[in-house]
Design a protein around this ligand. Structure first.
Ligand SMILES: [Zn+2]
Length: 235
């Protein structure tokens, strides 16, 4: 197969003390990304957050302090999102740039039914997931329109509301203090299984402790896949 996999990059749980380095890596490789940021971290690392927006990356909402949404009620969930929205607003004002799009990702991918693969199989049967999806939609969030998952894919249920992911290499396990080889890291991203008709959503983390390994992985990935631009996806 000659076609390179099409991948859109999402980066969770930032900003962090490692964000600046990550931004430099992404820019040097011309890779676009949505940063799904936690409100409390936007407050703590405000300068890094402003830099993310200034350099044209998109900041998405990933709740205020990363709770399991299956364990909080609708009012609490709404507050988690709105508090973070207010912080995102401040970041964009400070950056002097326009937020092009409202994207939301549930912490742990827990849409209200839990986040184990077993629980995810049955989330369609849990009323809380529908109530949460309705609330998120009412706040003006839109999920990726480009992904065409098969009906049993976990991102199918709430298509059009939240940004799930299709590839999770568990990069939070790649620690600079105890590095693994790039080949080993890449084993968790199965290139041979990519479907050229699909756009994959890759999940990485803005984690200070894995910044060197993550940079190496991005350099490696950039030579094997086509990273898509956000602007190209929303127009
Ligand atoms: Zn997260």
């Amino acid at each position: 197969m000659n076609q390179r996999p099409k991948v859109f990059l999402t980066i969770d749980d930032g900003p962090s003390a490692g964000s600046m380095e990550l931004l430099n890596t992404l820019q040097s490789l011309s890779i676009d990304a949505i940063f799904f940021c936690v409100g409390a971290s936007l407050q703590r690392h405000f300068d890094e957050a402003v830099e993310i927006a200034k350099r044209g990356f998109l900041i998405g909402n990933h709740s205020w302090d990363h709770p399991h949404f299956s364990k909080i009620n609708i009012a609490e969930a709404r507050e988690q999102i709105l508090q973070t929205e207010a912080m995102i607003q401040k970041v964009y004002e400070a950056a002097g740039t326009v937020r092009l799009y409202k994207a939301f990702r549930f912490p742990y991918g827990d849409r209200g039914a839990g986040n184990s693969s077993f629980q995810k199989c049955f989330e369609w049967a849990v009323p809380h997931t529908y109530a949460l999806a309705k609330m998120v939609r009412a706040l003006g969030f839109t999920g990726p329109q480009f992904i065409s998952p098969p009906p049993n894919h976990p991102s199918f249920l709430d298509r059009g509301v939240d940004w799930f992911w299709s590839i999770d290499p568990k990069d939070w396990q790649w620690l600079d203090e105890n590095p693994i080889s790039i080949d080993e890291a890449m084993r968790s991203i199965p290139f041979q299984n990519f479907d050229p008709r699909r756009t994959e959503i890759l999940l990485l983390h803005d984690q200070h402790r894995s910044k060197t390994m993550r940079a190496q992985a991005l350099v490696h990935l950039a030579s094997h896949v086509d990273f898509l631009k956000f602007a190209h996806l929303v127009t």
